[in-house]
Design a binder for this molecule. Structure first.
Ligand code: GAF
Length: 394
């Protein structure tokens, strides 16, 4: 009972339901799917109360589930051989029948069950499947949280509006998995729609759907998995967040979103590190507004310059890029791509590249060749198409 994450076969809810019946000796009551995401632009702006512009991928996490009324959550994953992890929803030890490392991935569904319990959900049996490459920075943990959240709400007849559900899934990740993320990934998974990017104001929680159909404009958006390890529970993400909060406090604003006079703010901060962080966050927020404007104006090809500026800012001001990301962006631009940038938390994961579709093969080859010349693991490519947000599939 194993299927490697990222296997190209896609997810089949009928097969997952059958696997559930085999594993738990009863039919599931339903199957729910939540996608991973690409963030077009707006990196490290979400926890600064700023703007982000993600879209949902076709790939994601599916969960087959049935309700339990004894306050226990039991989960199996096809990506870890289907071994059982159980935990009381009310809190207490998590028991893993397989490797102790199973407790790490199970922290996400168990965490969601514990947070949602306050809103009336309870126990469940869940079988999880994923076609998102793990560690690629495409938000596999948020997809797992959101698919679990939808399943638990439906199984226990609890209705929670999606923006609020996204915040609860974020809380589960913050409190139960120990990752101080902002609200972007969970909101993208639950709120995105096909053919659109989601312009989300992370302060108000208000969002708008902005049309984004690259293929119709003769464009391809490639997600390049740089195959460089990616873990965000390490300290760097939290350190960046703390630096932003410290800068906001020194500047006397609630969040860096509120900095209106960038030159004045930079002039008043003594610490050069904090100056660089502020410069990134404030300019990135402006880039999100500009990018959304370009999409609304029907000029998606013009996004390239914005992606490039974002990458340079993340590399030089926020200092979270990594060699494989810089090499991929560089090779793509040399091969004639319109733009590219690292995405996600940083220090590993994926890069996106926007290119004219007829140039895409040349761009892929150029990146692969650049990696081979350095003796790096070959990158993986995925064509990113704006896809539906989380939904019940069965
Ligand atoms: C990760 C986090 F989970 C998001 O909340 C966001 O901060 C992102 O990094 C950076 O933009 O994906």
């Amino acid at each position: 009972m194993t299927r490697p994450a990222g296997s190209a076969t896609g997810l089949d809810s009928g097969a997952l339901a059958s696997a559930f019946a085999e594993a738990f000796q009863r039919a599931p009551e339903g199957v729910w799917h939540a996608p991973g995401r690409i963030n077009l632009i707006g990196e490290h702006t979400d926890y600064n109360d700023g703007l982000v512009l993600p879209f949902a991928l076709p790939q994601g996490v599916s969960v087959a589930g049935s309700r339990r009324d004894d306050g226990v959550i039991e989960v199996r994953s096809l990506q870890t051989g289907g071994t059982l992890v159980t935990a009381p929803v009310a809190g207490g030890p998590v028991a893993a029948e397989g490797r102790p490392s199973d407790r790490a991935w199970a922290a996400y569904p168990v965490g969601v069950a514990r947070v949602l319990r306050e809103h009336g959900t309870g126990g469940a049996s869940l079988l999880i499947d994923s076609d998102l490459p793990q560690g690629a920075g495409l938000s596999s943990s948020a997809a797992l949280e959101c698919a679990t959240a939808l399943a638990l709400c439906d199984l226990h007849g609890v209705e929670i509006e999606r923006p609020a559900l996204a915040r609860l899934a974020q809380r589960a990740e913050n409190e139960q998995a120990g990752m101080p993320c902002g609200p972007m990934d969970q909101s993208a998974s639950l709120l995105c729609t096909a053919g659109h990017a989601l312009l989300l104001d992370c302060r108000s929680g208000l969002s708008t759907q902005v049309p984004f159909a690259p293929a119709e404009a003769g464009l391809t958006l490639l997600a390049v998995d740089t195959r460089a390890g990616h873990t965000l529970t390490g300290g760097e993400y939290g350190r960046r967040r703390a630096e932003c909060e410290r800068a906001a406090s020194l500047l006397g604003v609630a969040a860096l979103r509120d900095v209106k006079d960038l030159a004045g703010a930079l002039g008043s901060l003594r610490d050069p590190v904090l100056r660089r962080r502020v410069q990134h966050v404030v300019t990135e927020n402006h880039r999100v507004e500009a990018a959304a404007g370009l999409l609304r104006a029907g000029a998606p090809a013009e996004l390239g310059a914005m992606l490039n500026a974002s990458h340079l800012s993340l590399r030089d001001q926020f200092e979270i890029s990594w060699p494989e990301a810089d090499a991929a962006v560089d090779a793509a631009l040399r091969a004639g791509a319109r733009g590219g940038r690292m995405i996600g938390g940083g220090f590993g994961g994926s890069v996106i590249v926007l290119t004219a579709t007829d140039r895409a093969p040349r761009v892929r080859d150029a990146i692969t060749t650049a990696y081979a010349a350095r003796g790096w693991t070959p990158p993986n490519f995925l064509e990113a198409r704006p896809s539906p947000g989380a939904h019940r599939t069965r």
